[in-house]
Design a protein around this ligand. Sequence first.
Ligand code: COA
Length: 181
Amino acid sequence: MSDQQWPKAEWLRTERLTLEPLRVAHAAEMADILNDQALYAFTGGSPPTRAGLRKQYEHLVAGQSPAGREGWLNWVVRRHDTGDAIGYVQATVERSGEDKSADLAWVIGTAHQNRGFATESARTVAGWLQRQGVHELTAHVHPAQRASLAVAGAVGLLDTGERDADGEMILGLPPVPRDGR
Ligand SMILES: CC(C)(COP(=O)(O)OP(=O)(O)OC[C@H]1O[C@@H](n2cnc3c(N)ncnc32)[C@H](O)[C@@H]1OP(=O)(O)O)[C@@H](O)C(=O)NCCC(=O)NCCS
C-alpha cells in the first residue's frame, strides 16, 4: 500500500446536473445506460453486464489502484429535471514530477447526447481537479470522434500532437504555474 494521497471525488452540482461520486449501487442503473453498442464505436469494447459492472465498481470505489500509483475518481452524472443517471466522468490521477496530472474520460448515454451534458460535466470536473492541485489535464480521443474532441476543446484541452498506442490523439492543457502567475 502506498502513502500516496489522492483527491477524493466530491459531490458536484451544475446548473442541470449533479455529479455523484461513484458507488457500487450505481451499477444497476448505469448498466442500463451503458447497454448500447453505439457508445463503444470509437473506444472499442462492448456493453458490460450488470454483474460485471458491479465488480468493476467495487474495484473503482477504492479510489486508487492496488499499489496506490493512480488515483481513481469517478462520478455518475445525473440530470436534475428527470432524475436519470445519464453517464459518467472519470479522472485517473497520477503523480507528474512535483505535480499531479489527470486523464479524463466521459460517456453520456445516447438518449441524452447533444444537449451539452458532457461539456457541462467535464468542465465541472476539470475545474474541481484544478482546485485540488491537479494542474495537468489530458484526454485520449479518437481523431474521428467529433463530439469528444468538442468536449475536450470546451475544457481547454488542445492537440499535443502526440498519439497513444491505440492511435488516439492526446489532448492536454498547458500546465498552470502553481504560484498562479
Ligand atoms: C463524447 C460524448 C460524451 C459527448 O456527449 P454529449 O453530451 O453529447 O456532448 P455535448 O452535448 O456536450 O456536445 C459536445 C459537442 O459535440 C457536438 N456533438 C455532439 N454529438 C455529436 C455527433 N454525434 N457528431 C458531431 N458532433 C457532435 C456538440 O454539438 C457539441 O459541439 P459544440 O460544443 O461545438 O456545440 C458522447 O458522444 C459519448 O458518450 N460517446 C460515447 C463514449 C465515448 O466515446 N466517450 C469518449 C471517451 S474520452
